[in-house]
Design a protein around this ligand. Structure first.
Ligand SMILES: O=C(O)CCC(=O)C(=O)O
Ligand SMILES: [Fe+2]
Length: 224
C-alpha cells in the first residue's frame, strides 16, 4: 500500500528548508548508494553530517510526530535521518531496490518503508516522476510541494530523468514495528473502521469490540 501524506510540511516549513538548502553544498549522490544501486544513481545530495541537514531533520521530525496518518500507516520504530537530494537536468535514479539494511544517525535499521517528501512544485521541473512497480502496473508520483509518499521498501522503483528544471526531495527509510506490508495494511483498514465507529457509535459494544480486536491484532503482529 502507498500512503500519501498531504501537506505533511506547511508552505512555511518548506520555505525554511529551501532557505537552508540554498546555503549548503551538494555532493554526488553515488557516495551513499550501495551495491547495484550505485551504478544507476545519478543525483546530488546534501553532505550527510552537515549541521544544516540536522536543522532540516528537526523541521521534518516535528511535522511527522504531528501526523496521525504517518503513525497509523507506518508503526514507525526507527527512522533514519532524512537525506536531501537534488536532480538537475539529465539526472535520474535508475531502476533499483533499496538496501534491506541501512545505516545513518549512528545506527543500522531494517528498511521496511521508504519515504519521499517533495520539496518543490511539480511545475518547477519536467520528468522526475517517482515510478514504483506494483501488481496493478506502474505507479507514478509527482506530488505537490510539502506532500509525502510512503511505500514498501520491497518495491522496485526509479526516479525518471529530469529533463528541465530542478527536482528537490527529502528521502528516508523506516523500520516498522510491523514488518509485513499485508499486516500493516490490515491494521490500517481496521483503524479506519474504528474511526467510523468512534464517530457514529462511541461507547457501543461494537465500538469496544473493534478497539479490542485492533489492540490484540497489533499485539500479535508487533515485534518488540
Ligand atoms: O527521490 C526519490 O523520490 C526516491 C529516491 C530513491 O529511490 C532512493 O533514494 O533510494
Ligand atoms: Fe530508492
Amino acid at each position: 500500500m502507498y500512503t500519501y501524506i498531504n501537506e505533511l510540511l506547511t508552505a512555511s516549513e518548506v520555505d525554511q528548508i529551501a532557505g537552508i538548502v540554498t546555503k549548503t553544498t551538494f555532493v554526488s549522490g553515488a557516495a551513499t548508494a550501495s551495491g547495484a544501486a550505485k551504478n544507476v544513481k545519478n543525483n546530488e545530495q546534501l553532505q550527510m553530517n552537515d549541521t544544516q541537514l540536522q536543522n532540516i531533520n528537526y523541521i521534518i521530525q516535528n511535522a511527522l510526530v504531528k501526523s496521525p496518518l504517518f503513525r497509523e500507516a507506518t508503526f514507525v520504530r526507527h527512522i533514519l535521518p532524512f537525506m536531501v537530494s537534488r536532480y538537475l537536468p539529465g539526472m535520474e535514479y535508475g531502476w533499483h531496490v533499496d538496501s534491506p539494511l541501512m545505516s545513518g544517525g549512528g545506527g543500522t535499521i531494517r528498511a521496511d518503508l521508504s519515504t519521499t517528501i517533495f520539496l518543490n512544485d511539480p511545475a518547477e521541473y519536467e520528468g522526475g516522476e517517482l515510478e514504483i512497480e506494483s501488481d496493478s502496473g506502474l505507479q507514478k508520483f509527482k506530488l505537490p510541494k510539502g506532500h509525502a509518499i510512503v511505500y514498501p521498501t520491497t518495491k522496485l522503483h526509479r526516479v525518471a530523468p529530469v529533463t528541465q528544471g530542478v527536482r528537490l526531495v527529502a528521502v528516508s527509510w523506516i523500520q516498522s514495528f510491523v514488518k509485513d506490508t499485508e499486516k500493516r495494511d490490515l491494521l490500517f483498514q481496521l483503524k479506519a473502521l474504528q474511526e467510523v465507529l468512534n464517530q457514529q457509535q462511541q461507547g457501543s459494544q461494537v465500538h469496544l469490540s473493534s478497539q479490542q480486536l485492533y489492540s490484540n491484532l497489533l499485539r500479535m503482529f508487533c515485534e518488540a
